[in-house]
Design a protein around this ligand. Structure first.
Ligand SMILES: [Zn+2]
Length: 56
């Protein structure tokens, strides 16, 4: 499986997987990342941090 952010094969790294709700507006599905660094970069580039967290 390729990294959603950089396109590298995640098995060569320390993969992190994200599962999204299929009912969400983004269409859902799963994403794989080489490591948390790629995950954080992707979150920032996609603007995934915008919005409310569940911890209020
Ligand atoms: Zn990556």
């Amino acid at each position: 499986m390729d990294c959603t952010y950089c396109g590298s094969d995640v098995v060569h790294h320390d993969p992190v997987y994200v599962m999204e709700d299929v009912n969400s507006c983004g269409g859902g599905g799963s994403d794989a990342f080489c490591n948390y660094s790629c995950l954080v970069s992707w979150i920032e580039s996609e603007g995934k941090i915008e919005g409310d967290s569940c911890r209020i």
